[in-house]
Design a protein around this ligand. Structure first.
Ligand code: GAR
Length: 193
C-alpha cells in the first residue's frame, strides 16, 4: 500500500474526489492532506473524511522558499509519504524539492497542456478563441506545468462562455480524470532509484 499526501490551497474539490476514490480496492492510502493556507476549505472536508491534516503556512517564511520546502519535506517524511498529489496547491515548488520527489509527484492543471501553463488558463483559452479546453494530469518537474502528461480530458468551449462557465465545465472533468490517473499511476508505481 502506497502512502499518498494531497497538497491543497483552497476548496479541495479535487482532493475530495481523490479521497472518495481511495477505497479498499485502491493501491494507495491517504496519509495526509496538507495546506499552505490555514483557511483552506479542503481541510475540514479531509478531517470529516477521517484523514490527517497539517497546515504549513507559507507566509511566515516570506521570500525564503527553500526553508518552507525543507519544512514541507520534513512533514512528508514524518508521514512516510510515497507519492504527492498536488490538487489546487497554488505554490510554485523549487528545483531541489521537485528533484527530491521526482517520479513521485502529480499535479492537475486546468488546461490542455502544453497550452496555457501557469495561471488564468480559462481566460486565456477564451481570449485565443479556442474551441476546446480541458485539464491535464502530469508528473511534476522543475519547469512549471511541463512534466510528462499522464492523461487529459477535453470539453467544448461554447458561444458566450465566461471564464467561470468554462472553469466549472473543466472542473467536472478534473473530478473524473484525477482519480482515474492516480489509480493507474500507483498500480504501475516503482520507486525511482
Ligand atoms: C482546480 O481547477 C485545479 O486544476 C487548479 O485549481 C483548482 C483547484 O480546485 N489548479 C491550478 O490551477 C494549478 N496551477 P479545488 O481546490 O476545488 O480542487
Amino acid at each position: 500500500m502506497l502512502n499518498v499526501a494531497i497538497l491543497i490551497s483552497g476548496g479541495g474539490s479535487n482532493m475530495q474526489r481523490l479521497l472518495e476514490d481511495m477505497d479498499e480496492t485502491h493501491p494507495g492510502c491517504a496519509r495526509l492532506v496538507l495546506s499552505n493556507r490555514p483557511e483552506a476549505g479542503g481541510l475540514a472536508k479531509a478531517q470529516a473524511m477521517g484523514v490527517a491534516t497539517e497546515v504549513l503556512d507559507h507566509r511566515p517564511f516570506g521570500e525564503d522558499r527553500a526553508r518552507f520546502e525543507t519544512e514541507l519535506h520534513k512533514i512528508l517524511k514524518a508521514y512516510q509519504v510515497d507519492v504527492i498529489c498536488l490538487a489546487g496547491f497554488m505554490r510554485i515548488l523549487g528545483t531541489d524539492f521537485v528533484s527530491a520527489w521526482r517520479g513521485r509527484m502529480l499535479n492537475i492543471h486546468p488546461s490542455l497542456l502544453p497550452k496555457y501553463q501557469g495561471l488564468h488558463t480559462h481566460h486565456r483559452a477564451l481570449e485565443a478563441g479556442d474551441k476546446r479546453a480541458g485539464c491535464s494530469v502530469h508528473e511534476v518537474v522543475p519547469q512549471l506545468d511541463a512534466g510528462p502528461v499522464l492523461g487529459q480530458s477535453e470539453v467544448p468551449i461554447l458561444p458566450g462562455d465566461t471564464a467561470q462557465d468554462l472553469a466549472n465545465r473543466v472542473l467536472e472533468q478534473e473530478h473524473l480524470l484525477y482519480p482515474k490517473i492516480l489509480r493507474t499511476f500507483l498500480t504501475r508505481f516503482e520507486p525511482p532509484s
